[in-house]
Write a protein that binds this ligand. Structure first.
Ligand SMILES: CC(C)(COP(=O)(O)OP(=O)(O)OC[C@H]1O[C@@H](n2cnc3c(N)ncnc32)[C@H](O)[C@@H]1OP(=O)(O)O)[C@@H](O)C(=O)NCCC(=O)NCCS
Length: 208
């Protein structure tokens, strides 16, 4: 699936690539990164990195770059329902500078504006207040509690579920321009274009 390159004031979001493996291993081998995600194992082996860096057609995963180096990732899983599930992480030395919020805001805008998602869901473990704060700054609102599997901890962990509508995202992040998705070869691209057309029809029923 081809993803665009997105520039934010300080960062570049670009598709993940095989050459990211050394940076990914260095950044995500940190226990304090892995234990807060659902899907980064610990210890992290090259085979895990290879799999993580090859998202399937439903995954939209961007590398976050600062000065030409990968510092983390943000993106989402496209649900056929029309909603998408947001996730993000950064290498520890880059925490506390607003990068997760800046990069994930761009991913959310892409999800609504280009991929045509109707809403975003997300979740964070109850002991991850920094992630809760990032999601709040993006406009996400808490909708309930659940349990999620944590690959690194090897157990289920209590989690908070959050939800973001397009209207709420626009109220918090500003207007989101609609961008027609580029033609793509994969199933993910077909879903993306279908969602885009469906949303256009819902928002503008008079349009053929
Ligand atoms: C969560 C994470 C992505 C945040 O990245 P970041 O770039 O530091 O995030 P931002 O700087 O954009 O925002 C962090 C916010 O959390 C706040 N924060 C940080 N640590 C906190 C804590 N222990 N308790 C409460 N708030 C905290 C910061 O003050 C900031 O809020 P503010 O802007 O209102 O001051 C990063 O810590 C990380 O990668 N953690 C490990 C992986 C992870 O948790 N991923 C998310 C899985 S749901």
């Amino acid at each position: 699936m081809s993803l665009p390159i997105i520039e934010t004031p300080r960062l570049i979001l670009r598709p993940l690539r095989g050459g990211d493996e050394p940076d990914f291993l260095a950044l995500a081998s940190d226990w304090d990164v892995a234990r807060m995600t659902s899907d980064i194992p610990h210890p992290l082996l090259p085979m895990h990195a290879k799999a993580w860096l090859q998202p399937n057609g439903s995954d939209v995963r961007f590398a976050i770059e600062l000065h030409g180096r990968m510092i983390g990732s943000t993106g989402y899983f496209r649900r056929r329902s029309g909603a998408a599930e947001l996730g993000f992480w950064l290498g520890r030395e880059h925490w506390g500078l607003g990068f997760a919020t800046e990069a994930s805001a761009a991913a959310v805008r892409h999800g609504f504006g280009t991929d045509g998602h109707m809403a975003f869901s997300s979740a964070h473990f109850v002991d991850n207040r920094a992630s809760g704060r990032v999601l709040a700054k993006l406009g996400f609102e808490e909708v309930g509690r659940s349990r999620m599997w944590c690959a690194a901890r090897g157990t289920e962990v209590e989690a908070l579920g959050l939800w973001l509508t397009r209207e709420r995202a626009e109220a918090v992040l500003g207007p989101i321009a609609e961008t027609t998705p580029a033609p793509e070869r994969s199933g993910g691209g077909r879903i993306s274009r279908w969602l885009y057309q469906a949303r256009k029809a819902l928002r503008d029923p008079a349009r053929p």
